[in-house]
Design a protein around this ligand. Structure first.
Ligand SMILES: Cc1ncc(COP(=O)(O)O)c(C=O)c1O
Length: 432
């Protein structure tokens, strides 16, 4: 029996951290309002709660227009349709992200082009974008991943130079600001998810924000079964789908948006304290500070683990040991999308992969993105945002647990444990 909980010792933390999602009387009242309203769906369009929320949400991110949709994946799909992505067009995406960033590109028979991530942010590396541009490239789809922004200054510059559209995947960035501008307001459209782990959640849900009335109209038509948009100044007609958000889901979003600045302030304080505790710890490196982020929106707190500085004990063992100490965290949280078991692309289902080629593009085999690999399989350690919504004592517990695991790291050498085996697998493939 060792000192670490994973080898039979006492866990450092037994009490739970802040639970997520959380709700207050405001959410209960809003739900009651829907319940008695007889208007539960998103039709007549727009629903009262969905409409009010979308307007406030857009304004909170310095955008003119907002539209709720039923998932973040659909938000990306609707945004791609709004900017006019057609079958066979190419869209530049980061290699290291959730599969839901890329799925919508394929779904509309466009072609995702993977670009590696910047090791300082784990977001799309703007320096590598231009070499991926071809005559078929129509858009760049950066993700503001974890706790950082993709370099929007560079991405917008490149997009302008090459006449490309930009969709920001802001599934991790609710309330985040870059140079004082809201996440999602800098590109042509921003796409958000309200899935249950996100910084604002309706269980499932999403939103699109934009400064263009025409894009808003296109999104509204597409997600409302092809009907005319509310303003219909541009008279777009398209085959659309029912991707509306229901009113029960919309109702719980408003109160959370009101609480977002307060949550952001708590997180800022606890994260500052956490980072002060993580200075000069061998084996741990913080992501470099980014002064252009003027409000942090950390869906996940992310740092780097360097096994070669910690007696070559792999990240899977370090993370599993931390989990057993009572600290929720993850290592293989994302992987290069094209390597993921959730990306079994069959070219027969996506005809554009074959167009104009002798053999279809083999998305699973044609890319090599070393930084995404390093983040996915060796370095990145993710902590869920709600751990930072409590007290500085909570984050002290995380730092203490890290210290404990590192001080007893040799206990992990050669250890076989289900938590370690699970950490070697992507999230979809783990044993429960
Ligand atoms: C980076 C990223 N993009 C897109 C999505 C898709 O959102 P949803 O799950 O709401 O469809 C998610 C969330 O799950 C995400 O994390």
């Amino acid at each position: 029996m060792g000192k670490l909980a994973i080898t039979g010792g006492e866990p450092l933390r037994r009490s739970p951290f802040t639970q997520w999602p959380m709700s207050t009387k405001e959410e209960a009242d809003a739900l009651q309002d829907v319940l008695t309203s007889t208007k539960w769906g998103g039709q007549p369009f727009p629903g009262k709660h969905a409409d009010a929320f979308a307007k406030k949400f857009a304004a909170a991110h310095s955008a003119k227009y907002g539209q709720c949709v039923n998932t973040g994946t659909v938000a990306i799909q609707a945004a791609l349709k709004a900017i006019g992505i057609r079958p066979g067009d190419e869209v530049i995406v980061p290699a290291y992200t959730w599969e839901g960033t890329v799925g919508p590109v394929l779904l509309i028979n466009a072609v995702p082009v993977f670009v590696d991530v910047d090791p300082g942010t784990y977001c799309l590396d703007a320096k590598l974008i231009e070499q991926a541009i071809t005559p078929k490239t129509k858009a760049i789809l950066p993700v503001h991943l974890g706790m950082r922004f993709a370099d929007m200054d560079e991405i917008l510059r490149i997009a302008k130079k090459h006449n490309l559209k930009v969709i920001e995947d802001c599934a991790h960035a609710h309330g985040g600001m870059w140079n004082g501008k809201g996440a999602g307001s800098m590109g042509d459209l921003g796409a958000f998810s309200f899935q249950s782990s996100k910084l604002i959640t309706s269980g499932e849900g999403g939103a699109v924000i934009t400064n263009s009335l025409e894009y808003l109209e296109l999104v509204q038509t597409y997600i409302n079964a092809g009907r005319a948009s509310l303003t219909d100044q541009f008279h777009h007609r398209t085959i659309g789908f029912n991707y509306r958000l229901g009113e029960f889901q919309a109702a719980v979003l408003g109160p959370q948006l009101d609480r977002l600045p307060q949550h952001a302030a708590v997180r800022e304080k606890t994260i500052k304290h956490f980072e002060s505790r993580l200075q000069n710890i061998p084996g741990i490196a913080l992501l470099p500070p980014e002064p252009r982020i003027t409000r942090l929106a950390p869906y996940g707190y992310v740092f780097k683990y360097f096994a070669n500085k910690v007696n070559d004990i792999p990240r899977a063992s370090f993370v599993a040991a931390l989990q057993l100490e009572g600290i929720p965290c993850d290592g293989l949280f994302y992987e290069p999308v094209y390597k993921s078991s959730l990306f079994p692309v069959d070219a027969a289902d996506f005809p554009a992969l074959s167009w104009g080629r002798e053999k279809p593009l083999d998305l699973r085999a044609m890319y090599s993105c070393p930084e995404a690999d390093r983040a996915a399989y060796q370095e990145a350690v993710w902590f869920p945002h709600q751990l930072f919504l409590g007290t500085t004592a909570d984050v002290d517990a995380i730092a203490d647990a890290i210290g404990k695991v590192l001080a007893n790291i040799e206990e992990l050498r050669g250890l076989d444990h289900k938590a370690i085996r699970n950490q070697k697998l992507g999230r979809a493939d783990r044993e429960s």
